[in-house]
Design a protein around this ligand. Structure first.
Ligand code: FMN
Length: 416
């Protein structure tokens, strides 16, 4: 078995356009929050991505890059548009492509998932507020007009073309986690009665048209992938059956890679919250959250798949690849505390990283400061500063840093 662990994770993978990923391990998107005040990439981002690229990962997917600077999800998001400093992007992609690593840009629009202090009037398919206590932090959006929807699609395509120009080797549409694309797919969040809402064939029009617009600009040989929810894990929301239909529609369109995740801000299954606790019986089920879904998708489409969420060990990676449900393994949080994890997974069959959800002990504080995300952002910033991450860092240190950052922002009266 030891030999096969190394063989499978380390085996190259060829995409439809002929591009070869040097192995099966991919860094899934993690919003770094390391842009400068003009939302351009910084030296810290270059350092962070160089560290990952030089430690054997096959594919790096950037944290979400916003396509509209009027609609950020977080204060320090990177934006790629005609006002961007393209040389700063080129320096970033040079770093992320070190050692023959593929580096893709994840493109996103937050829709209603943008906090009040950033966006006074968020936009969404329908004027429906986020629930589950998030009303405190997020304003109710207004519904996009037909013309505005077409304009947003144009922005995705423009950013994708720029991504190709500045040296990214592919792009990924962020269609998961409750952001704008996923809001269009959801029957809870999309209650439009025009061609963009209602039946699933209308709800998926936004993502299909976005894909087509990107493809028309970047050409047939530039990889275009999508990150998609297996489900939103909300009653009456985007279901597994819906998701299977979307996967098939995108496969027909020719999408190069489908990454599978799940959840939204209201129900954050992407980081394992609220999912059934792992049983002992199956290594595969125990480790990765969305493998069972991928197994079903595999029977429907031939498009390459990447499953993300929960992978922590060489044995778990081996089992998932051997089972054939996924081609690539997506890794996020572990790479924030163990940036050389890919190398360990490939070379050490006994490797396992133990990780627990960071907590202050107060659910309220954890939620208000988005600790499940911000704790990891703190680690990314450390790597970007040339320091070692702190895998056992006390949660309060992250909370204080988050509050300090918000305070500074408030004082500067910055608005994106
Ligand atoms: C700090 C942080 C930022 C994230 N930002 C993004 C993002 O920008 N886009 C995205 O698709 N997923 C994002 N995610 C989710 C991860 O890509 C991944 O789906 C999730 O963390 C589960 O994988 P893991 O168990 O390997 O961490 C983020 C997760 C973390 C912890």
């Amino acid at each position: 078995m030891n030999q096969s662990v190394t063989a499978r994770a380390g085996a190259p993978f060829t995409l439809a356009n002929g591009a070869v990923l040097k192995n099966r391990l991919a860094k899934s998107a993690m919003s770094e929050q390391l842009a400068d005040g003009r939302q351009d990439p910084t030296a810290r981002l270059e350092r962070l991505y160089r560290v990952w690229a030089e430690n054997e990962i096959g594919l790096l997917i950037s944290g979400n890059i916003m396509v509209d600077r009027e609609h950020l999800g977080e204060v320090k998001n990177v934006v790629l548009d005609e006002r961007s400093d393209l040389d700063a992007f080129r320096r970033w992609t040079d770093a992320g492509r070190a050692d023959g690593t593929h580096f893709w840009a994840q493109l996103n629009h937050p829709g209603k998932q943008t906090p009040k202090f950033l966006t006074r009037e968020p936009v969404a398919p329908s004027a429906i507020a986020l629930g589950g206590g998030l009303e405190q932090t997020f304003n109710t959006p207004r519904a996009l007009t037909d013309a505005e929807i077409l304009a947003v699609i144009g922005k995705f395509a423009r950013s994708a073309l720029l991504a190709r120009e500045v040296g990214f080797t592919g792009v990924q549409i962020h269609g998961a986690h409750g952001y704008l694309v996923s809001q269009f797919l959801s029957p809870l969040h999309n209650q439009r009665t025009d061609r963009w809402g209602g039946a699933l064939e209308n709800r998926l029009r936004f993502v299909v048209e976005t894909y087509r617009a990107i493809r028309a600009l970047v050409g047939a040989d530039f990889p275009v992938g999508i990150k998609l929810n297996s489900a939103d894990f909300q009653k009456g929301g985007f279901s597994e059956a819906d998701s299977m239909e979307v996967v098939q529609a995108l496969a027909r369109e020719g999408v190069d890679l489908i990454e599978i995740s799940g959840g939204t801000y209201e129900s954050p299954a992407m980081v394992g919250a609220g999912l059934p606790q792992p049983g002992k019986a199956s290594t595969r089920q125990r480790e990765a959250y969305f493998l069972a879904y991928a197994e079903k998708v595999r029977k429907l489409v031939a498009t390459p798949l990447m499953v993300t969420g929960g992978f922590r060990s060489s044995a778990g990676v081996e089992a998932a690849l051997a089972g054939g449900a996924t081609d690539l393994i997506g890794l996020a949080r572990p790479l924030a505390v163990a940036p050389a994890m890919a190398s360990r997974l490939i070379n050490d069959p006994g490797y396992r990283i133990e990780m627990s959800m960071p907590t202050t002990g107060s659910k309220l504080v954890d939620q208000m400061t988005f600790l499940a995300i911000t704790w990891y952002e703190y680690q990314l910033a450390r790597i970007g500063d040339g320091k070692q991450p702190l895998p056992r860092m006390n949660a309060w240190r992250s909370v204080l840093s988050t509050l300090w950052g918000l305070g500074m922002k408030g004082l500067a009266k910055r608005r994106a």
